[in-house]
Design a binder for this molecule. Structure first.
Ligand code: NAP
Length: 298
């Protein structure tokens, strides 16, 4: 076994006589080792889906799925950082709609969430305005489309830089800022990672989403030691510009017919799940990849 593989497996071994294993962050409780009790929080608090007073950063939230998520978090009382790159008018509209509900606050921040620096800037702006970050929703992503014959290194690198590297480093940057017992990270994948209806040009897109699912599983164990949950929301087709790009209407219609209700998902179908996962009521949901596609894949 290679040294690196050995380190992975050592992390799962029972702890030594000092109560530590080789990698404390992935410690598995064993006989004789103290097991934690749930934090003493009232059951009323745990039942709540209110996000009152919490601060949420949602990447790519001026339009489409991200905008619906930002509005929904605002409706639940969160202060939301609405992130955009090009469409400042759309971002301002989302901010206004959150403020007009009178529950949570909102600001718009122009930052390229597909870069490590852009992600850091986004967090800095959140801290400057709201003083903390409780929830990070890593919604922004691209859906590149090339078959094995057409894929080149530049395309591969761009897909992985935007869909994997940027969210991973944004999660790394936010981790020390998140509160213990209550911090939330929510990644985005796609139901195509588990569907057999996979088209050849989904090669790199699905490779990036597969990577995200594995990153989220590992971080759930790692950050879970601090009571932070890390989950992945995995939607089926959602009617957004990213979904429609390059698809003829007859293909879109045939995809819509795959769900029992014969329609595509809408951003508003996805947002309530994100709000729930972000809430205190979801404290015991950790490391999960949750599909939502109206029953298209069962
Ligand atoms: N749509 C689907 O069928 C589907 C299915 C499964 C999974 N997903 C996943 O769900 C997530 C959302 O998808 P979507 O279809 O809603 O996406 P979308 O329509 O492409 O989202 C557009 C939003 O993302 C923002 N954005 C784009 N690049 C950005 C960047 N570099 N930094 C910050 N913001 C950026 C845009 O900002 P501007 O307005 O400034 O351009 C806009 O607010 C993605 O991770 C996607 O892979 C989508």
């Amino acid at each position: 076994m290679t040294g690196t593989m050995t380190n992975f497996f050592n992390a799962m071994l029972p702890q030594n006589h000092n109560g530590h294993n080789h990698n404390n962050r992935l410690a598995v409780p064993t006989q004789g080792v103290k097991v934690n009790k749930a934090p003493s929080i009232s059951s009323q608090y745990l039942a709540t889906t209110s996000l009152h007073g919490q601060v949420a950063v949602v990447t790519g939230s001026s339009r489409s799925t991200g905008a619906a998520i930002a509005r929904c978090l605002g409706e639940h009382g969160a202060n939301v950082v609405v992130n955009f790159v090009t469409d400042s008018l759309a971002a301002d509209e989302v901010v206004q709609s959150i403020r007009s509900q009178g529950k949570g606050g909102a600001i718009a921040v122009k930052a390229d969430a597909s870069t490590v620096e852009g992600g850091r800037y986004l967090l800095d702006e959140a801290l400057k305005t709201f003083g903390k970050v409780d929830i990070l929703v890593l919604n922004s992503g691209i859906m590149g489309s090339k078959t094995l014959g057409d894929v080149d290194e530049a395309f591969f690198d761009t897909q992985f830089a935007i869909n994997v590297k940027a969210p991973l480093f944004l999660a790394k940057a936010v981790a020390p800022l998140l509160p213990s017992h209550g911090g939330r990270i929510i990644f985005f994948s796609s139901t195509l990672t588990t569907s057999s209806a996979v088209s050849p040009n989904a090669l790199c897109y699905l490779a990036t989403k597969g990577a995200i699912e594995q990153i989220s599983r590992v971080l759930a164990k790692d950050l879970g030691t601090r009571g932070i949950t890390v989950n992945t929301v995995s939607p089926g087709p959602i009617d957004t510009p990213q979904f429609r790009e390059g698809k003829p209407q007859n293909i879109i219609d045939s995809i819509a017919r795959q769900s029992p209700s014969k329609r595509l998902g809408e951003p508003e179908d996805v947002a309530p799940l994100v709000a729930f996962l972000a809430s205190p009521a979801a404290q015991w949901i950790n490391g999960q990849i949750i599909r939502l596609d109206g029953g298209a894949v069962v």
